[in-house]
Write a protein that binds this ligand. Structure first.
Ligand code: BTN
Length: 246
């Protein structure tokens, strides 16, 4: 991962560039990095704040023969790798909030967006976008997210070296990808659950059509959240906004 690196001063979104490179046949493990995005995108068609020079805005292109048909699992691999990289570089203790937000002290400091590129022959590439808030101050975030977003600098009081972080990120993503390929998903799932602030907790899951309240019991091998409601039923949650109940 990172053998081929494309660095761009500014772009609408590294995801868009990564999709284009993937279509043109770029190598497995190609990484796109930028200093700022003018149209950074988040999950559920939201926008992603990408203040210039303050964060790590990157997309990684993976070929499906490396990660066969397992997009959700790979998102969890990436989340575990991001947590490890942040721990290593800053000593902070991040938590994962399902599906793959990384929080510090309850505030979001990293988001992961996995997109598929497919055609008639099947999945051609997985594009993993990582947005990591490194050195922002609170006023670098849009007013509407200032309460819920954070950066490593805000959490630790120290400026972080972004180069060091990129190195650590790529190293751990590669390591955990190899562990995943060689040893399977079970070990990744265990690590993910151990970093998770969601599992075992009472939560509220807001979905497009309904809201469910219950205990988050775990995730399936596809990354689907298992929620037990008071009537004893187990629900599979595919996409939702999660709020902790306490
Ligand atoms: C989320 O909603 O939590 C996911 C956010 C993902 C943001 C990253 S920044 C690099 C890459 N390019 C984008 O436009 N989005 C992802």
């Amino acid at each position: 991962i990172g053998q081929v690196m494309k660095y761009i001063e500014s772009c609408p979104s590294t995801q868009i560039i990564a999709h284009k490179l993937a279509q043109e046949g770029t190598a497995d493990g190609t990484v796109v990095l930028t200093e700022t995005q003018t149209a950074g995108r988040g999950r559920l068609a939201r926008k992603w704040d990408s203040a210039p020079q303050k964060g790590i805005w990157m997309s990684i292109i993976l070929r499906p023969d490396v990660v066969p048909q397992k997009a959700p699992q790979f998102t969890l691999v990436a989340a575990v790798a991001v947590v490890r990289a942040i721990e290593e570089v800053t000593g902070l203790k991040p938590e994962i909030k399902w599906p793959n937000d990384i929080l510090i002290n309850g505030k979001k400091c990293t988001g992961i967006l996995t997109e598929l590129q497919s055609d008639a022959d099947g999945i051609q590439a997985l594009i993993i976008g990582i947005g990591l808030n490194a050195n922002q101050e609170v006023e670098d975030f849009s007013p509407e997210i200032q309460e819920i977003a954070s950066s490593l600098k805000m959490a630790s009081g120290k400026e972080v070296n972004r180069q060091e972080l990129v190195r650590a990120l790529l190293f751990h993503i590669e390591q955990f990808t190899n562990i995943y390929i060689e040893q399977g998903f079970a070990i990744i799932k265990l690590m993910w659950e151990s970093y998770s602030s969601t599992i075992g907790q009472p939560i509220r899951a807001r979905m497009a059509k309904e809201t469910l309240v219950g205990i988050a019991e775990g995730i399936t091998d596809d990354g689907v959240l298992q929620l037990r409601t008071a009537d004893g039923k187990l629900h599979g949650i595919y996409s939702a906004d999660i709020e902790m109940q306490n």
